[in-house]
Design a protein around this ligand. Structure first.
Ligand SMILES: [Zn+2]
Length: 278
């Protein structure tokens, strides 16, 4: 680890919406998404953290999610988002106008903003930043909607469709987008962090809305055994993740991800069976 990385890690840092996603915050705190990066591929996660490598991402998909989130954060946040991202939101070729992806985002907002259960749930503080020590590590999290008084929070998720199936090696079966995207762990960690902050238990829910026409909706309560399973896995693997971040453990290459494919060096032959073992 370089001196710069060391000094970033040791300096105190108060998180705000402006520095939450910054490099300093990423070194100082572990987030669920960073942890998920390390579980997918340690080498890629570390390269991303060091700024040596950036994954290719679909900027529109990310913006669409943020567009919907900003609407439910506040009118001010939504106007600011639209102003800052107008170049990405409108077509530069014929037919001019709002890009299809953002029309879909508008449909999603329309579908849920007056929906009975959503209106009942969406009462509290939007975009609450939480930090705390879990399993000996400083964590950070951003909660879409927090109701301290009633002891619950809601995470708003935009997804392709509710019943899409994903194969999971971890679960040894097909799972839904909730398990596949690591949302079980996210909810479980946020529950723990909020309990530390407020000294009382919290319950986390997912409110999901799909990109279908018309959008599908669901309020999701994750089974307790799944939250416990994810926390047990986390507890077992967290020390290694922290050690990689601190330069103590060497990161391993998964061998198949975007980063590994781009940085691969061959040193021998493999059999045809090994092609499928990865
Ligand atoms: Zn990899």
């Amino acid at each position: 680890m370089t001196n710069k990385e060391n000094s970033l890690k040791d300096a105190p840092l108060t998180l705000t919406s402006d520095n939450y996603y910054g490099s300093e915050s990423a070194w100082k705190y572990l987030s669920v998404s960073q942890y998920k990066d390390f579980m997918k591929c340690e080498a890629a996660a570390l390269a991303k953290l060091k700024g040596d490598w950036k994954p290719t991402s679909d900027p529109t998909a990310l913006l669409v999610g943020n567009y919907v989130h900003s609407f439910f954060e506040s009118q001010e946040a939504h106007e600011k988002f639209k102003e800052e991202n107008k170049d990405s939101m409108f077509s530069k070729r014929k037919p001019y106008g709002l890009l299809k992806a953002f029309k879909v985002a508008e449909d999603m907002i329309e579908r849920i903003k007056d929906e009975k259960m959503f209106k009942l749930l969406w009462r509290g503080e939007p975009e609450h930043i939480v930090t705390g020590d879990l399993y000996g590590v400083e964590w950070k999290g951003r909660i879409d909607l927090l109701n301290v008084e009633k002891g619950y929070f809601v995470d708003l998720k935009t997804t392709a469709q509710l019943d899409k199936r994903f194969w999971s090696n971890k679960y040894g079966t097909y799972v839904s987008f909730v398990e596949d995207y690591g949302y079980v762990l996210q909810i479980a960690v946020y529950e723990k962090l909020l309990e530390l902050e407020f000294g009382k238990p919290f319950k986390g829910y997912i409110y999901a809305v799909t990109k279908q026409d018309p959008p599908d909706i669901a309020g999701i309560d994750i089974e307790a055994h799944k939250r416990e399973f994810e926390l047990e896995q986390l507890e077992r693997s967290i020390e290694h993740v922290v050690n990689i971040k601190n330069g103590i453990d060497k990161p391993s290459n998964c061998g198949t991800c975007e980063y590994c494919r781009g940085n691969k060096e061959l040193n021998g032959f493999i059999s045809t069976d090994q092609l499928l073992e990865r």
